[in-house]
Structures are given as structure tokens and as C-alpha cells.
Design a protein around this ligand. Structure first.
Ligand SMILES: NC(=O)c1ccc[n+]([C@@H]2O[C@H](COP(=O)([O-])OP(=O)(O)OC[C@H]3O[C@@H](n4cnc5c(N)ncnc54)[C@H](OP(=O)(O)O)[C@@H]3O)[C@@H](O)[C@H]2O)c1
Length: 430
């Protein structure tokens, strides 16, 4: 039997304790699969006295995870502290420098420093693995990098943030507005006390930047991601979308075109009947489109102790077996510096809701503005009629350029019959 793989775990929170538990509970099956034991030999967290409900007898404790990362007798450092810089980054950099394999679940770190870390790891000849960083328990990194390696991937997109999907699902199910559902999600532990990383789309953008690097063999370019969150989605828009045959989902989308790589995170209307429309609650889903495979859909739990530990364990199994693959699908030196495609060049259909004064001529003004920008309308909905109050008017456009849409909306917003800023949600067709 080969010598055990000696593992050091930095961070014993939700994911860290899950990893230690999984490695203990599934020790026998993992040993059979790897032909060697996977032993946790060292751990580090802030509070040594905290009862974490895991057996750490015989495991070396480090107050400083950076010291642990370079301590002798360690093969792999698992970074589960979190954060785009600070101690997490020092742990990973130190481990690589010391010639240790690294496993991390830290999408923020990879989104900001992924390319340079991949280069450092490959220079040292050590693996840098991160299955848990995107879509939790769904093995999407492996699927893209290995399972779909024969394809040119044209587009990859999905529901990458379970908190947002839970909130949008509950808003639709109960007809309640964002703030109320967010509060409930916080009470249930589905949303953080400070929810901005999730609801403002940043977490999904971190994951998308990593996903698109893997899908396209390109440098991680988080700054190029266009990001909008879900705070402006209302129960009224969800109900109108339903009536039109759509669901509203926060999607992360990356596409490779002749112009470069487009990366965007924003709420989308997706047609009922498409796989992504029916992914509800805290679940995540990713759709990859390859030239030979066609469309492949992956769904599962995107966060939580068990699913995330499962993903970390798969990386550890690869390392124990000696499997080596380039970090972002191609050798780091060969990563593409693809041009980012700005959002103004995006083309697609749009859902627009206006709150207008109910008087003759209003719709004519609005449609004239769209006509002036060469935007054609597919449908229009107007339900309530009340001469005293603002009434909603919903318009669905055919495919158009984002820049034209922005010009039209600026003019429409300035009409004195339009009482609130227009609400706009892009429509995403499969
Ligand atoms: N939670 C999920 O479902 C999930 C899913 C996918 C990816 N991730 C990623 O996994 C990583 C960990 O997330 P988590 O939810 O497990 O976080 P967490 O519960 O907040 O745990 C963080 C751990 O890091 C330790 N820590 C913080 N600062 C430290 C320092 N300076 N030195 C040593 N230890 C330190 C904490 O120690 P104490 O316990 O002593 O305070 C804690 O054990 C993050 O990158 C996150 O984005 C999480």
C-alpha cells in the first residue's frame, strides 16, 4: 500500500468540519479508491477551544494556518478560510511555494488571483484544485475540464447562487416582495446577515469568472463580468413573467464569440419548459453547450456542508491517485487573454415594465421611442385601468442591441407620463 496522503485543513467552519467528517466516515471507501489512506494530520482555525463536533484526537493544531501550510510532513493543504486576499491567499501562496498540493473552495480568491496562483502552482508542479468553488456539490469543473474536453464550449451558464434562487422561488411561490423574503431567508440560515455578496450578484460573478476560465481555457477575468443582483426584482415582475410563460432567475452566463468572451450576471427571464426554469429553491444548475455534445445540464446542491465537502473530497482523491490536469483546462502559460465583450454589445430580447399615467397617447409615445431605436415589440400587457393611479404596462421586445435599448429607456424614463424608472429584465433563450 502506498503511503498515506497527509492532509492539512485550514479553516474548520461549515466546509472544514464537513471535510474532516467525510474523510473519517468514508475513510474505508476512499482508501480502496485511492489505494492509500487520506489522513488529516493538521488543522488550523481561530478558536482552539471551540467544540466543532469532530474528532481531532492525534491531529496537530496550528494557531497560524500559514505556518501549517509550510510545516513538514504535509502533502496537501486544504484552504477553507475564505476571502479574496488576506490569510487565505497567504495560506495558498505559502503552500504552493513549499511544494504542497492545494485544494480550495474559495471562489473569491480564485476570481481575483486565479491566473497568478495557477501559474505559481504549475511552475512548482503542484496541483491547485477547486471543484468546491463553483456550484458546490455539482462536479462542474471536472465535467468541463475533463468530461467535455473534446468539445469547443460555446456557452456555459447557470444558477450559481442558491440564496438568490431560494429568494426568487419564495417570492414567486408566496407573492411576497424581496425584503420580506430576504428576512425570512436570513432567519432560516439561507442568507447571511450581510447578504450583499449573494443578492448583489458578486458571489455568482466570482463563480462565473472561474467557470468561464475553465470552459474557455482563458485567464480569469473577474473585472470583465457585468454584474447585477436581484434587489430590483419585484413580486409584480415575477407575476407578469409567469403570465408571459417565464421564470425569473439570477443567471451567470459566459459565452465565447468572435468578438471575445462575454461574461454577465443578472436576473433573466427564462422560458418555462427549459431545464433551468424549473430549478427551484437552494439548488444550483449549470448548462454547458459544446459543439459535439450539444447541451449538457448539471443540477444539484450548490452549497452546504455535505455537498461542498463532497467536492473537496473529489479533489483530494485526484491528488491521492496522482491525477494531474492543468488548472484552467490548458497550461497556465497558454491561457487565452481573450478580449472581454462589453455589455453594450450584448444582443437579446427584453422585458420592460413601466408605471404610467393612464391617459390616451401614452403607449403611442413609448412605442414611437422604440421604433426610433429600431426596436420591435413582440407583445404588450396592460391589466389594470385607473385614471387616478399609475398602472403597469409590460412590453416584450424582439432581439435588439443593449446600447439601443439603453438609449430608448433613457428617453422613455424622461416622459412625464412615466412615473417610475423603467424595470428591465433581459430574456435569455436557450
Ligand atoms: N459554506 C458553504 O456552503 C460553501 C460552499 C462553497 C464554497 N464555500 C467556500 O468555502 C470557504 C469556507 O466557507 P465556510 O462556510 O466553511 O466558512 P466559515 O464557516 O466562516 O469558516 C471559516 C473558518 O476559517 C477559520 N478562520 C478564519 N480566519 C482564520 C485565521 N486567520 N486563521 C485560521 N483560521 C481562520 C474560522 O475559524 P473559527 O471557526 O475558529 O472562527 C472558521 O473555522 C469559503 O471560501 C467559502 O466561500 C463555502
Amino acid at each position: 500500500m502506498a503511503k498515506p496522503l497527509n492532509i492539512a485543513v485550514a479553516g474548520l467552519g461549515t466546509v472544514g468540519t464537513g471535510v474532516v467528517r467525510l474523510l473519517a466516515e468514508n475513510a474505508k471507501v476512499l482508501e480502496r479508491r485511492c489505494g492509500r489512506k487520506l489522513d488529516v494530520v493538521a488543522v488550523s482555525a481561530r478558536d482552539k477551544t471551540k467544540d466543532r463536533g469532530i474528532d481531532l484526537a492525534g491531529v496537530r493544531w496550528f494557531d497560524d494556518p500559514v505556518n501549517m501550510a509550510k510545516a513538514p510532513g504535509i502533502d496537501v493543504v486544504v484552504e477553507l478560510i475564505g476571502g479574496s486576499g488576506g490569510v487565505a491567499r497567504s495560506v495558498v501562496e505559502t503552500a504552493i511555494k513549499a511544494g504542497r498540493a492545494v485544494v480550495t473552495a474559495n471562489k473569491a480568491l480564485l476570481a481575483h488571483h486565479g491566473t497568478e496562483l495557477a501559474m505559481a502552482a504549475e511552475r512548482k508542479g503542484v496541483p491547485l484544485a477547486f471543484e468546491a468553488a463553483v456550484a458546490g456539490g455539482i462536479p462542474i469543473i471536472k465535467a468541463l475540464r475533463e468530461g467535455l474536453a473534446g468539445n469547443r464550449v460555446r456557452r456555459v451558464y447557470g444558477i450559481l447562487n442558491g440564496t438568490c434562487n431560494y429568494i426568487l422561488t419564495e417570492m414567486r411561490r408566496t407573492g411576497r416582495d424581496f425584503e420580506e423574503v430576504l428576512e425570512e431567508a436570513q432567519d432560516k440560515g439561507y442568507a447571511e446577515a450581510d447578504p450583499s455578496f449573494d443578492v448583489d450578484g458578486i458571489d455568482a460573478a466570482h463563480k462565473l469568472a472561474v467557470l468561464s476560465a475553465v470552459a474557455f481555457g482563458a485567464r480569469v477575468n473577474f473585472k470583465a463580468v457585468h454584474v447585477e443582483g436581484i434587489r430590483h426584482v419585484t413580486a409584480m415582475d415575477i407575476a407578469f413573467a409567469d403570465e408571459l410563460g417565464f421564470r425569473i432567475k439570477l443567471l451567470g452566463l459566459a459565452a465565447r464569440t468572435d468578438a471575445g468572451i462575454e461574461q454577465r450576471v443578472h436576473p433573466c427571464l427564462v422560458r418555462l419548459g427549459t431545464p433551468i426554469a424549473h430549478v427551484e429553491g437552494v439548488f444550483n444548475a449549470v448548462v454547458a453547450e459544446g459543439d459535439f455534445v450539444g447541451q449538457a445540464v448539471f443540477q444539484g446542491r450548490g452549497a452546504g456542508q455535505g455537498p461542498t465537502a463532497s467536492a473537496v473530497a473529489s479533489d483530494l482523491v485526484d491528488i491521492a491517485r496522482g491525477v494531474r490536469v492543468p488548472t484552467f483546462s490548458v497550461p497556465a502559460k497558454a491561457l487565452d487573454r481573450a478580449r472581454p465583450v462589453p455589455m453594450t454589445r450584448h444582443t437579446g430580447a427584453y422585458y420592460i415594465r413601466l408605471m404610467v399615467t393612464d391617459r390616451p397617447g401614452v403607449i403611442a409615445d413609448v412605442t414611437a421611442t422604440f421604433r426610433d431605436q429600431n426596436i420591435s415589440l413582440e407583445s404588450m400587457l396592460q391589466r389594470a385601468r385607473d385614471p387616478k393611479e399609475a398602472v403597469p404596462v409590460v412590453l416584450v421586445t424582439h432581439e435588439t442591441r443593449e446600447s439601443s435599448m439603453r438609449r430608448a429607456l433613457a428617453k422613455i424614463a424622461a416622459l412625464d407620463t412615466v412615473q417610475e424608472p423603467p424595470r428591465v429584465i433581459r430574456i435569455e433563450e436557450p
